[in-house]
Design a protein around this ligand. Sequence first.
Ligand SMILES: Cc1cc2nc3c(=O)[nH]c(=O)nc-3n(C[C@H](O)[C@H](O)[C@H](O)COP(=O)(O)OP(=O)(O)OC[C@H]3O[C@@H](n4cnc5c(N)ncnc54)[C@H](O)[C@@H]3O)c2cc1C
Length: 450
Amino acid sequence: MTNFDVVVVGAGLAGLTAARAVRAAGRSVIVLEARGRVAGRTLGHRLSDGTPVELGGQWIGRTQTEVLKLVDELGLETFPTYDDGAAVTLYNGTLTRYADETFGLSAEGAATVGRLRQELEGLADTVSLSSPWTSPAAAELDRQSVGEWLHTRTSDTEALAFWGAIIPALFSAEPAELSLLHFLFYIKSGGTLGNLVSTTGGAQELRVVGGPHLMSERLADQLGDAVRLNAPVRKVSQDHDGVRVDFEGGQVTAQRVIVAIPPTLAGRLVYQPALPASRDGLTQQMPMGSVIKVQVAYPTPFWRRAGLSGFGFSLDEGLSVTMDNSPPDGSRGVLVGFFEGAHARSAALLPLEERRVSAVATLVRMFGPEAQNPVEYAEQNWMEEEYTRGCYGGRLGAGVWTQHGAALTEPVGRIHWAGAETSDVWNGYMDGAIRSGRRAAAEVLGHQEA
Ligand SMILES: Cc1cc2nc3c(=O)[nH]c(=O)nc-3n(C[C@H](O)[C@H](O)[C@H](O)COP(=O)(O)OP(=O)(O)OC[C@H]3O[C@@H](n4cnc5c(N)ncnc54)[C@H](O)[C@@H]3O)c2cc1C
């Protein structure tokens, strides 16, 4: 059969959740996935001894209720991210060990960061999650980048260095690349800044046993033949009778289509008739972040013996954030680390071996000489992935929310939009992807013919 009620483009969490909801409502559905695998921005990997590590999205927080529900429904389990002991921060060549909320900053730097954080949280409270462009001060907040705003608020170089590292840690982009309004929206979408950056009590609290890609694999198993791999969609046409979706290898027709891929990739499909200018204007201006995620394995989690949690934060180095990513039984030591934003772009120019050497050198500075000899190194450069083109997700620079924001989720005729970027709650996260899939499915099911 090549005619369906609904066709879904993309078999990440958003697309698969949408397809499952459509199927559950008794409608026929097909999911077209470009890659030879499902799960998109979540990607499982096994170290040579079989230890699973995550090369894409991985952590779940307790307020991410939709993803927790899905984990449970699919018979998967979570375990706590290792978070005992002190953290370390590298700044100006000095390593500081700390066990409080200061991120190892000087008293003055920490006070300035705290003041700005309060100001940001206060501003975030004023933002409308469902339509940020209608927030009371939307024009003012969207006129400037976070970088500009920070520079009007402080000249403290340490505080600026802190924000210059924490913002890429959240967005894989530089403060100058991000609208203040978008940053505030994102904070509110995840609850608070504290939620976003914390392990215990925050967005990094839990991991999925075996890896979160298993959610998509199990959803795809349930959908069976309805998921078609190696089927990159190239064109979406619609008229008063329905939609036609052309992919490499064929075409299908349906009443409605849910496009569940990052907005910038959605903008690269051909649409017949052409999309409204507002939608195209949006997708022209919603780039993905830049990140290379690395997993570095050791015989044991040796840093734990020194009372360290494995959380490392560097305001100096390319590898700017690390965490303990060992298996639950600690049978092997794994540190996960990230090159983000500008660091990711420059690290990507290095040969793999030089990047590995650079990552390991940072780990040695943070955790001592035992970090010098990992038994294994794995990495994923998300910028190079043809069907992702960067992570963690799409972001908006100054001016875009207020000019084009409404086009992010507004259906265009028979075309509906899903994906982590389109969620108002936990935007950019796995939880947001699931919510967006549900929302898009409800949209199409609300139309009699689909
Ligand atoms: C390194 C990294 C770390 C992250 N960390 C976390 C984390 O700790 N916690 C968290 O919650 N989130 C995290 N995220 C974000 C999270 O992974 C994503 O928000 C979520 O997986 C997005 O799901 P999605 O379904 O919206 O999009 P995707 O997963 O991108 O799915 C889109 C699918 O569409 C396919 N596709 C693309 N183009 C086409 C086409 N033309 N035709 C057909 N198919 C196409 C893709 O192959 C893909 O399978 C991280 C992401 C990365 C990369």
